[in-house]
Structures are given as C-alpha cells and as structure tokens.
Design a protein around this ligand. Structure first.
Ligand SMILES: Cc1ncc(COP(=O)(O)O)c(C=O)c1O
Length: 445
C-alpha cells in the first residue's frame, strides 16, 4: 500500500508498508504482511505489542483527566510512576530523589543538559556548563542532545549549529581506539576522561553523559569490568555530574531495571525513554538523585525549563500499566533466560565468513558484519551492508535495526536485535533462521 502522501516521511526514497496491528512479538501490515519484531522496533517494545490492559488504563485515565498543566497541578499517575521508578533505581535515588517526565529520550537528554547547568549555578559554580560525552554515541535528535551525541553521520548536516563541548574515546574493546587489549590497557579509555577534563578548561566541565551499553551507534557494546567505576571516580574527582543515558538500556532490557546496576555505580542522573511505556505512549524520564535535588531545594527552588506535555497523565498512566504488566508477568526475570536462548540461536551465525561479533547484554544484542574478520576491517559505507541485511531479513518476515559507523564513525556495519521480553525460544530460532537466509541473499558466494 503506498504511503499516505500527506505524511512527511523519514525517507522520500523508501516505500514503507502500513502497520495496522500488533500482537506479542508480531506486527501486521495493511497489505497482509506479518513480521516478527526482532528489534522491538528500536528497542522500544519491552512487553510486546497489543496488550489490551495498557489501552484500557490509558482510556480510563483520559476519560477521568486527560491533561492538567504541571505549572498548576500534579497528577496521581505521574506521582505514582515517579515513586515506582525511584524505588527501582540505585540507592542514591531512593530517598530524596525525584523524577522529571518528558515525552521521549531526546527531551530527557535536553532536560538533563539544562539541569546539570542549573545544578552548578545553584552551587555557585557558574563557570560549569560543558556536558562531555563520547565519540560514537547517540543521545537524541534535538540540538542539545545532538551536541552531546558523537554519532558522526547524524551530526554531519547540523555541525555548524552544534556546540563543541568535547567528546572522549568510546569504550569499545572490539575496535579499541588505542589499539590495546583489556586488561593490559589499564582502561585507557576511562582515563581519557581524566586527561581530557584536565587538559581542556576543567573549570567549565559540568557533567559526563554516557550510555552504559552503547546501543544504536556501537551495536550493544558492553564495557569491561572496572570501566564505569573508574569513570565515576574521575567525575567525582573533577566535581562533575555523572549522567547515565538509559533510554535504550533502562526498564529491564539488560536484565536489571537499570544497566548501571550490573556494575554497582550510582550516577547523579539517569535518563529513560523507549521501554518506559513500551511504545504505548510517548514518554521519557529524568531520574534525579538526592544530592542534585537538594541543590535545587536549597537554592532557587525553581528549574527554569518546561514542556507543555511533561508528566502527561495519560502517558504516565501507560507507564504505570506497563510496570503493572511487567510485575504481574515477572517480565524482568524473563530477560536473562530469553537472552540465553536468543544468543544460543544466534551463535552459529559467527561461523559465517562476514559475521565478526555477536555481543550484548540481556535482550540488547548486536551483530557486527566485517569484510575481514581476522583484521576487523569493515565494509565500505557505500556498500550499505547493514541496510541490505535489514531489507533481506524483512523479506524473510523479520524486522531488525541496522546502523553504520560503529568502527570510527562512518565505517562499520551492525544490526541490533532487541525483541520484547516475551520472545520465545521458537521466535529466537526464527530470527536466527531469517538472518541466515538474509546473509545468504546479501552474500550469495
Ligand atoms: C541512548 C539513547 N538516548 C536517547 C535517544 C533519543 O530518544 P528519542 O528518540 O525517544 O528522542 C535514543 C534513541 O534511539 C537512544 O538510543
């Protein structure tokens, strides 16, 4: 079916099917297509499509109260969801922490950027404003979020409009930017933060923003033991806040409510999006630890920031209903066994001559495609290998999430697999079979 010509699409040169129904791990299109949603769209659909309880909770909330402006009212679903998120977060959030709700991940990143600036103003540290981050990272599409993002391709057209606050090396052992090997590297990539801050006007550094497991840009790259603890220590040493972007990894995707909990670190701020309402409503959140909240409470008391739709009653009702569903179906505890079946199913792909790596944590899995596995040399970007695999897998009825640029910003192909937590071993088998057929189509000889 042709696209509705009234819609401004992401790509005018790509014809897309029209999605009309979702159920569990499956999506159905108007022209009779049936697709296994192996990437949960873009790591969004944590509980599965078409759960009727969520729609009912949203309808009930909107018939009672659809909207009340946050300059005049709080609402029960927002209050309730904030308390539930804080209770799942690391200890420094549980007592005295607060939650700022947004309509998605980019707004959450944007909010955090302004929040850390105002935090330092509240503390009398008026020179601090730069939010440091890493190369090959993605934190959102708005200009502030794009400024901290290190994804070269997504930044390129807007480069003149972006501030230069500083990006350090990614933590990426498979293509180590220092050409070192863990543990002999002694975490050179973490120490890059220390030397970068020290060598670049340390007094203006305000925060360090990072993805605990790098999703879209590095294809589910997990840091080695000790990396995040070292990063946290360097932030404390320089008096800068630590902001974990858990838009993709949060709300159970890696097997813990928040990925930072795998390493026991306590960031000052955690960003959520995507899975927080599992795609049923546009929702994001900024979890603010007690020490940051205190600076506002004891200072001006007012955060100079706001969105009309922040803490929306219907969106936060969706968030509560999603958490109810996760609790009543013990979905967090399904992630680790489901990830095991998925990885067992995908493991044979590693014997393909162009599959270099299958990596990840929990149900966030990346598959990297390389021209030469022994030297880790990627394909040229013009060959569009990841996109070709996506298209071929779609013809096999399986949806995956392709990206280029993991190696150094422009070269490197990977696909992301991030299915709903309810994915069955049979469905994992179907994902692996479809990928194997897709690889055979893209690389026939
Ligand atoms: C880690 C991370 N941060 C932020 C964002 C931006 O979120 P949104 O697209 O909801 O604005 C994304 C989206 O892919 C993401 O993966």
């Amino acid at each position: 079916m042709p696209n509705d010509p009234a819609l401004f699409p992401r790509n005018f040169h790509q014809a897309l099917p029209v999605a009309v129904r979702g159920e569990g791990c499956w999506l159905f299109s108007a022209d009779g297509g049936k697709f296994l949603d192996a990437a949960g769209q873009a790591a969004v659909i944590n509980i599965g499509h078409g759960v009727p309880e969520i729609g009912r909770a949203m309808a009930e909330q909107s018939s009672k109260l659809a909207f009340a402006h946050t300059s005049q009212f709080h609402s029960p679903p927002a209050e309730k969801l904030a308390a539930r998120l804080l209770s799942m977060a690391p200890p420094n959030f549980r007592k005295g922490g607060r939650v700022y709700f947004t309509s998605g991940g980019s707004e959450a990143a944007e909010t955090a950027i302004k929040l850390v600036r105002q935090y330092h103003l509240e503390k009398g540290q008026t020179a601090r404003y730069r939010v440091l981050s890493r190369r090959q990272s993605y934190h959102g599409s708005t200009l502030g979020a794009m400024t901290v993002s290190g994804n070269l391709a997504r930044r390129a057209p807007y480069q003149p409009m972006l501030a230069e606050w500083g990006h350090i090396a990614p933590c990426f052992c498979y293509h180590c930017p220092f050409e070192k090997t863990f543990p002999e590297c002694h975490l050179a990539c973490a120490d890059d933060l220390d030397s970068f801050v020290a060598g670049s006007d340390a007094a203006s550094a305000a925060a360090f923003l990072f993805e605990p497991v790098v999703g879209a840009t590095l294809g589910a790259t997990v840091p080695p033991v000790g990396y995040l603890a070292r990063i946290a220590e360097i932030c404390r040493k320089h008096g800068i806040l630590l902001v974990a972007d858990e838009v993709m990894t949060g709300i159970g995707r890696t097997g813990r409510p928040f990925a930072v909990q795998h390493w026991g670190i306590e960031p000052d701020i955690i960003l959520c999006g995507k899975g927080i309402a599992s795609g049923y409503a546009p929702l994001g959140a900024v979890l603010v630890a007690a020490n940051v909240v205190e600076a506002f409470e004891n200072g001006t008391g007012a955060f100079k920031h706001g969105f009309t739709y922040q803490a929306h009653p219907v969106a936060t009702a969706a968030g509560n209903a999603v958490l109810d569903y996760i609790e009543s179906h013990s979905l967090f505890s399904r992630v680790v066994p489901a990830a095991l079946s998925l990885c067992n199913a995908l493991a044979p792909l590693l014997s393909h001559r162009y599959i270099g790596d299958v990596r990840g944590l929990g149900l966030l899995v990346g598959i990297e495609i390389l021209r030469d596995k022994s030297t880790h040399v990627p394909f040229e970007p013009s060959e569009a290998v990841a996109e070709k695999i996506r298209a071929a897998a779609m013809e096999e009825g399986v949806l995956v999430y392709p990206t280029q640029g993991c190696v150094e910003g422009t070269r490197g192909d990977h696909i992301l697999i991030a299915p709903p937590f309810i994915v069955t071993p049979e469905e994992s088998g179907l994902i692996a079979t479809a990928l194997s057929s897709a690889l055979a189509k893209v690389f026939p000889n």
